[in-house]
Ligand binder design. Structure first.
Ligand code: HXC
Length: 257
């Protein structure tokens, strides 16, 4: 598959997607979002892949949706052509996606990072929803996912002022799982992704699905969902293997079965 706006590699059981429009700080145009989906389609189908990492450059994860591409858009055209379906598909993937964010993650860039399952940030990362400065608002989940991640006060602050938030503040606020020195970003993120990919894939997919449920349903419904999913994992050979390995003081050898 020939990609023009991303680089795609496989590192063991980890699929790595690197956004690659350096001349535009990885601004997210339609082609780039389409290519991310093609790469993710491939990784989802590939039984050898257990986790995906999405990253940008040291200067920019992504500085937003491509403003030059959006500039001449109209209403109802923007509403009718449903370009957002491509964005939404990124957030509906089953295998885990870890975002490794350095530099700017602004607007659609911040939204893309938030579509991933968790974010590991370099100490130079800057997050923000500056759409208000362009006379619009976040359009790919920013007002919703950011609010669920950091709460109303900070989400309002960021969406209304358009200011940027550094990595430390982002971690303190719950947007980011970990902050690491820029030089260690890829090593640390790939280490986390490899650890995930070494688990039993059915349990990984179900853990992801269950945590996602917490954002969708009431506590009691979420607990019932978790209980059913937990119980169902006792039907897998990997549960027998995982628990036997613990008892026998050895590493488990999961077969995704
Ligand atoms: C198109 C962009 C871009 C963007 C940067 N560039 N961001 N092009 N869309 N979102 C381009 C610049 O035009 C410039 O191209 C080159 O990248 C380098 O950018 P500079 O501005 O020269 O770099 P710098 O001075 O370092 O400033 C970095 C920056 C700034 C602070 C990140 O570029 C910036 O404010 N960018 C826009 C951020 C933003 O508003 N994002 C939200 C977009 S709306 P040339 O050709 O001049 O060298 C959005 C809505 C999402 O995301 C809704 C879902 C679809």
């Amino acid at each position: 598959m020939a990609y023009e706006t991303i680089l795609v590699e496989t590192k063991g059981k980890v699929g790595l997607i690197t956004l690659n429009r350096p001349q535009a700080l990885n601004a997210l145009n339609g082609q780039l979002i389409g290519e991310i989906n093609q790469a993710l389609d491939g990784f989802e189908k590939d039984a050898g892949i257990g986790c995906v990492v999405l990253t940008g450059s040291e200067k920019a994860f992504a500085a937003g949706a491509d403003i030059k591409e959006m500039q001449s858009r109209t209403f109802p055209g923007t509403y009718l052509d449903d370009k957002f379906e491509d964005w939404d598909r990124i957030g509906r993937r089953r295998k885990p996606i870890v975002a490794a964010v350095a530099g700017f993650a602004l607007g659609g860039g911040c939204e893309l990072a938030m579509m991933c399952d968790f974010i590991i940030a370099a100490d130079n990362a800057k997050f923000g929803q500056p759409e208000i400065n362009l006379g619009v608002i976040p359009g790919a989940g920013g007002t919703q996912r950011l609010t669920k991640a950091v709460g109303k006060a900070k989400a309002m602050d960021l969406c209304l002022t358009g200011r940027m938030m550094g990595a430390e503040e982002a971690e303190r606020s719950g947007l980011v799982a970990r902050v690491v020195p820029l030089a260690d970003l890829m090593t640390e993120t790939l280490k986390a992704a490899e650890a995930i990919a070494a688990k039993s894939l059915p349990s990984v997919l179900m853990a992801k699905e269950s945590v996602e449920r917490a954002f969708e349903v009431t506590l009691q419904e979420g607990l019932r969902f978790e209980r059913r999913v937990f119980s169902s994992l006792f039907a897998t050979a990997d549960q027998k293997e995982g628990m036997s390995a613990f008892a026998e003081k050895r590493k488990p050898d999961f077969k995704n079965a």
